[in-house]
Design a protein around this ligand. Structure first.
Ligand code: SAM
Length: 281
């Protein structure tokens, strides 16, 4: 915090900071796993912060939650079973369950307190938690995937914190190997992959670990996210075989509301900036 008027997340490594004017602190606690804070902001609604890092705001979370779910769901030919590793605020779960073809969506977050706070401070993100297709588990996602049976899920969405603390192992080849084993033949894992501008080293390492885990085809998508460092975020999909361009016709006729995602946005998010192409040539 700069003072009692502002929440500020400083990124020492990149020499940048992002601030939001706050009206009050609504909650803070040290959970078993991380330090959780909730602020009321002047312009962005409520803000969840974990270990000093901005996670979710009422005003702009739709970018992240929609782009973590709809591109991968419209890339898989026929997804029925989805696991969300992390994602405790439940926003990704809500987006996944907008797809009528989904038969089961399991959210596996290590920290039950994140979900309990989201229920209070972000109730709109939790509105599908009682959908009969939804299951909420509170255990380590690394263990969940390691213990899973082969060929048991179509899509794994890794909606995690940054690669530190309990999330560190979610960016490792061992974890991706376990994901590879429990995904079905057309299976896809997608993971939030930080800012291509500020965190290229993490992105490069993550893509290399995905390949070391057995995935042969990778595709990074880009989208805005104003409360995250640089305001420009990414997610990386990894699959066992070539990813189709995507089910464009289904995306055009999606039949549910989104704020950001549509088939044009999907296509645009696949376009690779020149520096990114060079980095992965
Ligand atoms: N959108 C956010 C971002 O990119 O900064 C992520 C939000 S979500 C709240 C991140 C969640 O990952 C947290 O609730 C945290 O508890 C969870 N998490 C971290 N490590 C985990 C692990 N090993 N297994 C399951 N969940 C984990």
């Amino acid at each position: 915090m700069l003072d009692d008027q502002w929440f500020s997340e400083a990124q020492t490594a990149s020499g940048t900071a992002f601030s939001l004017k706050i009206t009050r602190k609504l909650h803070e606690e040290q959970s078993e796993f991380q330090f959780l804070e909730i602020y009321e902001t002047e312009q962005f609604g409520n803000l969840m912060v974990i270990d000093g890092c901005t996670m979710v705001s009422t005003r702009d979370n739709f970018f992240y939650h929609e782009m973590m779910s709809h591109p991968v769901l419209y890339t898989h030919p026929n997804p029925k079973k989805v696991w969300i590793i992390g994602g405790g605020d439940c926003g990704t779960l809500r987006e996944v369950l907008k797809h009528p073809g989904i038969e089961q969506a399991v959210q596996i977050d290590i920290d039950e307190r994140v979900t309990r706070l989201a229920e209070i401070y972000f109730p709109e993100l939790c509105e599908s938690n009682n959908d009969p297709r939804a299951e909420l588990k509170f255990i380590d996602g690394i263990k969940w995937v390691k213990d899973a049976a082969p060929n048991s899920v179509d899509i794994i969405i890794v909606d995690s914190t940054d690669p530190v603390g309990p999330a560190e192992g979610l960016f490792s080849a061992d974890f991706y190997k376990d994901c590879f084993n429990c995904l079905t033949e057309n299976g896809i894992v997608v993971q939030q992959s930080e800012s291509a501008l500020l965190h290229m080293k993490i992105l490069k390492e993550m893509r290399a670990e995905m390949q070391a885990g057995g995935f042969t085809h990778l595709q990074t998508v880009f989208f805005p996210q104003c409360i995250y460092p640089s305001g420009w975020w990414s997610a990386t999909m990894a699959s066992k075989k070539a990813l189709s361009s995507f089910r464009e016709q289904d995306a055009l006729n999606k039949g549910f509301d989104t704020v950001y995602y549509n088939s044009d946005i999907h296509k645009a998010s696949l376009a690779m900036p020149e520096f990114f192409k060079k980095a992965f040539a």
